[in-house]
Write a protein that binds this ligand. Sequence first.
Ligand SMILES: N[C@@H](CCC(=O)N[C@@H](CS)C(=O)NCC(=O)O)C(=O)O
Length: 220
Amino acid sequence: MAARGEASRVKLFYFDIRGKGAPIRWLAAQTGIEFEDVRVKREEFHAMRDKGLTPFGQLPVAEFYDKDNNLLCRIAQMRAILRYMARSSGNKGYSSDLAQAAVIDSFLDFEEDVFNAMRSSIFPARIGLPEYASDEAKEAMRRKVAEEVLTPKLAYLIQALENSKSGWIAGGDLSIADLALGSSLMWLNGGVVDGVPAGYLDGKSPLLKEYIARFAAEFS
Ligand SMILES: N[C@@H](CCC(=O)N[C@@H](CS)C(=O)NCC(=O)O)C(=O)O
């Protein structure tokens, strides 16, 4: 019998980019949950926001439906969406063991810490900071963030990979933490962020390089 609130179908609203949609789309493929992937254009996003359909004014947003097609909830926040999808799919990508689920959560939350400064450096106005005075200033800030914030945080991820017997970040099976981390690491390593060259992460550790390559091979 389905647990109370268990979803049978998910409808994702996100832009036609990887971004915060990729881990959700990848999880959908892993779980086999019925999944509708709505790729939203900028003006459609604004219309959704104006109609109050984006709980916190941003995407991704996902609608969850039960087996009788009743809307269970419409929620924002990539991590909340990932957890709910996983928990509705027999904990695929998560764990029914509360301790292991907590370890997965901790890495999922740490993904935010690892990439927060870099994301903020791309959209400074979103967090109330001034735009860059020049392209040089922008690239100098990116390099500073990469060296002073990202690199020490990556060291914790590399340590976790070294400690992991399975090769996945939380030590067990492939989890939603891996999907979020893999997607962000691929993004940062892909040469799309000014001031961070393609392959920037490859020299950090062979294990990290192999971890990123695994996502590129399996999930691109
Ligand atoms: N904490 C949120 C952040 C969501 C977010 O940053 N969404 C961006 C796209 S990746 C967005 O909607 N940008 C459009 C805007 O803010 O106008 C999450 O993890 O889902």
